[in-house]
Write a protein that binds this ligand. Structure first.
Ligand code: S3P
Length: 168
């Protein structure tokens, strides 16, 4: 089974993905990390040097051209499902799970996160909440195409596995 974790920045795709992979004895890949290894620069540096449009093309290429092991949990970047045919591609090639959280919770997590994220650089407080609320509303059109929609609040690997098993 190939499981693609999708959701907004700060929804915990990487952290729950690692736990889930450990629990199921699956491999784990973080596509953002893979991009950083391939380009030998951080995503923030890539945005500055080549811009968002180039990043989105690269993201698609890495998603769709990586050879995945049969048992894999894939954490994806927050914007990735919303560009090109990426959402359809993931639905064709694996099981998609949307990790959802309210925008206030996301904004709060992002404000306390140490990860550099180019889209929200310099935003905090009400401005950040507004940005997340607007962007999440746009993106949910795509996220809602996932096979599973799972609340990321208090999510454990055991609970997640229960969802995956619920439809066989
Ligand atoms: C992005 C999310 C980031 C990363 C890039 C753009 C986005 O990944 O791909 O900074 O457009 O939401 P995370 O969701 O892992 O933060």
């Amino acid at each position: 089974m190939k499981v693609f974790l999708i959701g907004f920045m700060g929804s915990g795709k990487t952290s729950i993905g690692k736990k889930l992979a450990h629990f199921l004895k699956y491999d784990f890949i973080d596509l953002d990390k893979l991009i950083e290894v391939k380009t030998e620069m951080s995503i923030a540096e890539y945005f500055v040097k080549y811009g968002e449009e180039a990043f989105r093309k690269l993201e698609r290429e890495v998603l769709q051209n990586t050879v995945y092991p049969e048992k894999i949990i894939v954490a994806t970047g927050g914007g990735m499902p919303c560009y090109f045919d990426n959402m359809d591609w993931m639905n064709k090639n694996g099981i998609t799970a949307y990790l959802s959280l309210p925008s206030k919770t996301l904004a709060n997590r992002l404000e306390n996160s140490k990860t550099e994220r180019p889209l929200i650089q310099g935003l905090k407080g009400d401005e950040l909440v507004e940005f997340v609320t607007r962007k999440l509303a746009e993106r949910e059109v795509f996220y809602n195409k996932a096979k599973f929609s799972i609340s990321a609040a208090d999510l454990t690997a055991e609970k997640f596995t229960g969802y995956l098993n619920s439809t066989g």
